[in-house]
Design a protein. Structure first.
Length: 119
């Protein structure tokens, strides 16, 4: 019984995690900047629409992930303190660049927690 309660609590916490989307197209990240809330773990979904592999890399986020062509990848980040966190594509570092801005202020997000912030 206690395992079932733990599983339900874990599922509930995951279901409420905010999602943020990035598209990789023509070796560019869209949007190039996004703002996320501080002190919360978030789910970052990256849709690589290119025909080639890329690697999401961020020293300040301590994350790297291979992004296979024509596929979506998930990276969990946070909780983070307010600040600016740069990321780039390792195979195209001069063009595939972006910034995650962590805000200490409450963000005005939809009630379901999902955010489609891709232009």
């Amino acid at each position: 019984m206690s395992y079932m309660l733990l599983a339900m609590a874990s599922y509930s916490a995951l279901a409420q995690r905010q999602e943020f989307n990035i598209i990789l197209k023509s070796h560019l990240f869209y949007p190039t900047e996004m703002t996320i809330p501080s002190n919360k773990k978030i789910k970052l979904i990256i849709d690589n629409q290119d025909d080639s592999v890329e690697e999401f890399d961020s020293f300040s986020l301590n994350r790297e992930k291979v992004l296979f062509p024509k596929q979506k990848s998930v990276i969990y980040i946070g909780p983070l303190s307010p600040g600016r966190y740069a990321f780039f594509g390792e195979y195209h570092p001069s063009s595939a660049r972006g910034m995650i801005i962590v805000s200490g202020a409450e963000l005005d997000l939809p009630a379901d927690g999902e955010t489609d912030n891709v232009n």
